[in-house]
Design a protein around this ligand. Structure first.
Ligand code: FBP
Length: 552
């Protein structure tokens, strides 16, 4: 097989492990904290998670633990969107299992959770694992967004686990997939089965975090990749001086990616959904905000600039949020009928009377491509597919319209020529940065220790991430500790609470302190590409978000 020079070189990279995981497997002991509570809805969640609610937080420390020498058979799943570092989680898990006992086995389920339901698996060998070390992508086994939901699916998952004599299943996923992992852990215990379930925090979106999960793997590489591209565009904009670039960035609901890219590149405008929601800005107010910068820069003869837009923005604009909530509730009951209607205008006629008058009016006035996305596409967890909504084009067009009005009124005298971009898939499978290579590997290794020690209902956790990797603190956090109840598919469901951008947090405050200056004066930074070899200050730096969040 042909491989690139970088891929070959990356095979030789040895991920750094926390000191607590670097010792002999039988010398990694568990320190149990106090019982925990969920972030909200404690009574209801206690009822749903009868066996796994309230477990203590675990950290690893030096001590005798012969259990880690057990022969184990484990199955691993990659769930949801790709994130750099996923192959290293599997490599870390594999190496941990083999270090504990060379007879241990690791199966990989193909195509996400459906691989467990349908028993589509491969048995990993050294040769397979070695071909994927420190590489991006999830292609070692593939991923998928199937949710293990129905009693039949739970039963099939159990059948597969029994057939393969699994001791444990590891689910590498985001908030929804780890919620699902929590439910599976509970299901096995309910059936008096001792099959364990452990999760790993994955998502480029950066929204699976809390006091114990400081970051999800993949965020670091994705934001560095997007920042490189934004920097390149900024340099082009500053060279040609003729375009405004509207760049939509992935991140589904939360704006962590946009915020981090803003801190790394200092563009003119960065919209942070959480702030717009707090200010209750309408679409029109958001456009006015962009126009204000365009007008001011035009006065300085700078008819160019860069606008960053988080892909989830539409869900945070109050009138759009209300429309989406209403649509979700209607779709929970009428989805089949709607899918049966072919003509888009007839679909609108079918939905309009079921919506509030304001939402019906808004739906009719949205560009057709956006209205279509809002009407139809939901992922298996009930989320709007925001990556398919062309928000950058919507904002470009509205900005142009508004500027034409301002020109008529004599307020604006510049030229406005805009280009749209969407950076999402470009960053999800990049070669993991050293940080993500190390972090993913440590999460996988830590998952092994949790399994070997007999734990279930935990997500693997590695903390103290701004310190050098040998000082990282590994352990596990109970799924239920991160949960609350939320409205999904028309009813309240347990879910791991998404971490949105905190407006009183250091990353947002740092951004907010400078953004008015960046809006008018060209202050672009050009971060360049991820460096894999060289001094630690160039190659191993965590994100600005992490650094600011942990600044003492
Ligand atoms: P996860 O939450 O599964 O990690 O996925 C995140 C994400 O990359 C979002 O940023 C994006 O909106 C979505 O996946 C795109 O989904 P798909 O890969 O199915 O197009």
């Amino acid at each position: 097989m042909d491989i690139s020079a970088l891929q070959k070189a990356r095979y030789a990279y040895k991920p750094k492990l926390p000191a607590s995981l670097s010792r002999d497997a039988a010398e990694i002991a568990l320190k149990m904290g106090d019982p925990t509570e969920s972030v909200a809805d404690q009574a209801e969640l206690k009822g749903i998670f009868k066996h796994t609610y309230g477990k203590p937080v675990i950290t690893f420390e030096q001590g005798s633990n012969e259990k880690n020498r057990r022969t184990l058979t484990v199955g691993v799943i990659l769930s949801g969107g790709q994130a750099p570092g996923g192959h290293n989680v599997i490599a870390g898990l594999y190496d941990g299992l083999k270090k504990g006992n060379p007879d241990s086995k690791l199966y990989g389920f193909r195509g996400g959770p459906s691989g467990l339901i349908e028993n589509k698996s491969i048995l990993f060998t050294d040769q397979i694992i070695d071909a994927y070390r420190n590489t991006g992508g999830f292609d070692i086994i593939g991923s998928g967004r199937t949710k293990i939901e129905t009693p039949e699916q739970f039963a099939s998952a159990w059948e597969t686990a029994k057939k393969l004599s699994l001791n444990a299943v590891v689910i590498i996923g985001g908030d929804d997939s780890n919620t699902n992992a929590g439910l599976l852990a509970e299901y096995f215990l309910d059936k008096k089965s001792d099959i364990q379930v452990i999760g790993c925090p994955k998502t480029i979106d950066g929204d699976l975090k809390n006091q114990h999960i400081e970051a999800s793997f993949g965020f670091d590489t994705a934001v560095k990749t997007y920042s490189e591209l934004i920097g390149n565009i900024q340099r082009d904009a500053n060279s040609a001086k003729k375009y405004w670039h509207f760049i939509k960035l992935m991140g589904r609901a939360a704006s962590h990616i946009t915020l981090e890219c803003a801190l790394q590149t200092q563009p003119n405008i960065s919209l942070i959904s959480e702030e717009l929601e707090a200010k209750k800005w309408s679409l029109r107010q958001t456009v006015d905000y962009i126009c204000d910068a365009v007008v001011k820069r035009a006065e300085n003869k700078e008819n160019f600039g860069v606008v960053l837009i988080p892909e989830g923005l539409v869900e945070f604009i109050p009138e759009m949020k209300k429309l989406i909530e209403e649509l979700n509730d209607i779709l929970a009951v009428h989805e089949k009928t709607l899918v049966g209607i072919e003509d888009f205008h007839k679909q609108l006629d079918f939905m309009a009377p079921k919506l509030s008058p304001a939402s019906a009016e808004l739906l009719r006035h949205l560009p057709q491509s956006i209205a279509k996305e809002l009407l139809m596409d939901r992922d298996p967890h009930g989320n709007v597919q925001v990556s398919l909504i062309e928000t950058e084009k919507l904002l470009m067009n509205m900005t142009k319209k508004r500027l034409d009005e301002l020109k008529e009124a004599g307020v604006y005298k510049g030229k406005f020529s805009a280009l749209g971009h969407f950076f999402g898939y470009e960053g999800r499978c990049a070669f993991p940065s050293n940080f993500d290579a190390d972090y993913g590997y440590a999460l996988g290794f830590s998952a092994f220790v949790l399994i070997a020690s007999g734990q279930t209902g935990y997500i693997s956790s590695v903390k103290n991430l701004v310190a050098p990797a040998d000082q990282w603190i590994a352990g596990g956090v109970p799924f239920t500790m991160m949960m609350n109840l939320e409205q999904r598919h028309g009813s309240k469901k347990p879910v791991i609470r998404k971490a949105l951008v905190e407006l009183d947090g250091a990353p947002f405050k740092t951004f907010a302190a400078s953004r008015d200056a960046w809006a008018v004066k060209t202050s672009f930074l050009y971060p360049g590409s991820i460096q894999y070899y060289g001094p630690p200050e160039v190659c191993d730096q965590p994100t600005k978000t992490l650094q600011l969040e942990h600044k003492k």
